[in-house]
Design a protein around this ligand. Structure first.
Ligand SMILES: Cc1cc2nc3c(=O)[nH]c(=O)nc-3n(C[C@H](O)[C@H](O)[C@H](O)COP(=O)(O)OP(=O)(O)OC[C@H]3O[C@@H](n4cnc5c(N)ncnc54)[C@H](O)[C@@H]3O)c2cc1C
Length: 300
């Protein structure tokens, strides 16, 4: 099999945060056969799609990585869509608009893939990926076999799916959308994108919301109230237009970001007694300081 692999690459060249040290092997399977071959044969691989919700350690990662973005086939039959793990949500959003299908307008403005979006149960603008999902094919890493899971099996909740607990790697997904009016779908996509332009960083390295919203509250509002927009550590600072976004504005390290997150977490805890939980996922070799922060920030 002729599977694309890059050796000794810097993860900062791939991650949306532009942060991350070296990894020895980064694989890019382009179809189901190559992907499942890698999952069967590599010991403890880490799987990523768009790298848009991850913070990699500046000290690097000592596991092999598989990136799904070349495994990006999809087909549309009437209202039904089958998509491989690596298809970008924005690509599906556009294709569905062209077919006058409604349900994926929300995905046009952020860089996740089908696999990452289902893992995170991505949502925005009152739509979520779980709304239209029917079934998925996943690779069970323990039993080394393909399993089929229904929407109910995936146990979706806010920014949660069972993929975060079980050793399942998403291979492909089936969705059912609804017929809609093409002009209205296009208008909604435009509005969503305008909203993002106004409220979110443009062309600055970031990974979207850093913390999850606590129940009945907004992480952005709590962080605004503690003056987070003035906080920075090293090359990482809080975005001036939205207190729940961290920008890598000057060669930030993973430690800069984690220290800044810890500062934000502590200030909210002191003022409101609420412990914010990170939405971003952290991977790699931790420094001593990072280990201490992660023990508190990423506790269950
Ligand atoms: C500018 C910006 C705006 C954003 N806006 C939003 C928003 O509005 N709503 C929202 O929900 N998110 C948003 N995000 C965050 C991010 O895009 C989502 O979390 C997205 O779902 C991550 O997808 P990804 O493919 O990039 O996943 P990655 O970052 O590559 O991975 C994220 C997690 O998913 C796991 N994963 C990836 N693929 C698979 C697979 N095939 N099988 C099993 N596990 C897998 C990874 O191991 C990792 O734990 C935004 C990010 C940015 C940079």
């Amino acid at each position: 099999m002729d599977i694309k692999v890059l050796h000794n690459i810097e993860l900062k060249d791939y991650s949306y945060f532009k942060i991350g040290g070296k990894v020895e092997n980064l694989y890019f399977p382009k179809n189901m056969e190559e992907f499942t071959y890698l999952l069967e044969n590599i010991k403890n691989p880490l799987i990523f799609g768009g790298f848009s919700n991850v913070l990699f350690s500046s000290k690097g990662v000592n596991q092999d990585l598989i990136c799904t973005t070349k495994f990006d086939e999809y087909e549309i039959n009437d209202v039904c869509i089958k998509a491989s793990a690596g298809v970008r949500g924005a690509v599906l959003s556009r294709a569905c608009m062209e077919h006058s299908l409604t349900g994926f307008e929300f995905m046009s403005g952020f860089p996740g893939t089908v696999g990452g979006n289902i893992y995170m149960n991505a949502s925005a603008h009152k739509q979520s990926i779980s709304d239209t999902l029917l079934t998925v094919k996943a690779f069970d890493m323990n039993r080394k076999e393909i399993v089929e899971l229904s929407k109910e099996d995936l146990n979706f909740d806010y920014r949660y799916s069972i993929l975060q607990e079980k050793p399942y790697i998403l291979l492909e997904a089936d969705f059912k959308l609804k017929h809609g009016n093409k002009e209205e779908i296009e208008k909604q996509i435009k509005e969503n994108r305008e909203f993002r332009k106004l409220h979110q960083p443009q062309n600055l390295p970031n990974v979207g919301s850093i913390f999850r919203n606590p129940k009945n509250s907004s992480a952005g509002k709590l962080l605004d109230d503690i003056g987070a927009k003035n906080l920075k550590v090293g090359g990482a600072k809080v975005f001036e237009n939205h207190a729940n976004f961290i920008i890598n504005y000057d060669n930030a390290t993973s430690t800069d970001v984690l220290e800044l997150m810890f500062m934000m977490y502590n200030k909210v805890k002191e003022k409101f007694g609420i412990e914010l939980k990170p939405e971003v996922k952290y991977f790699g070799q931790k420094t001593e300081k990072e280990r201490e922060i992660c023990k508190i920030l990423f506790q269950k």
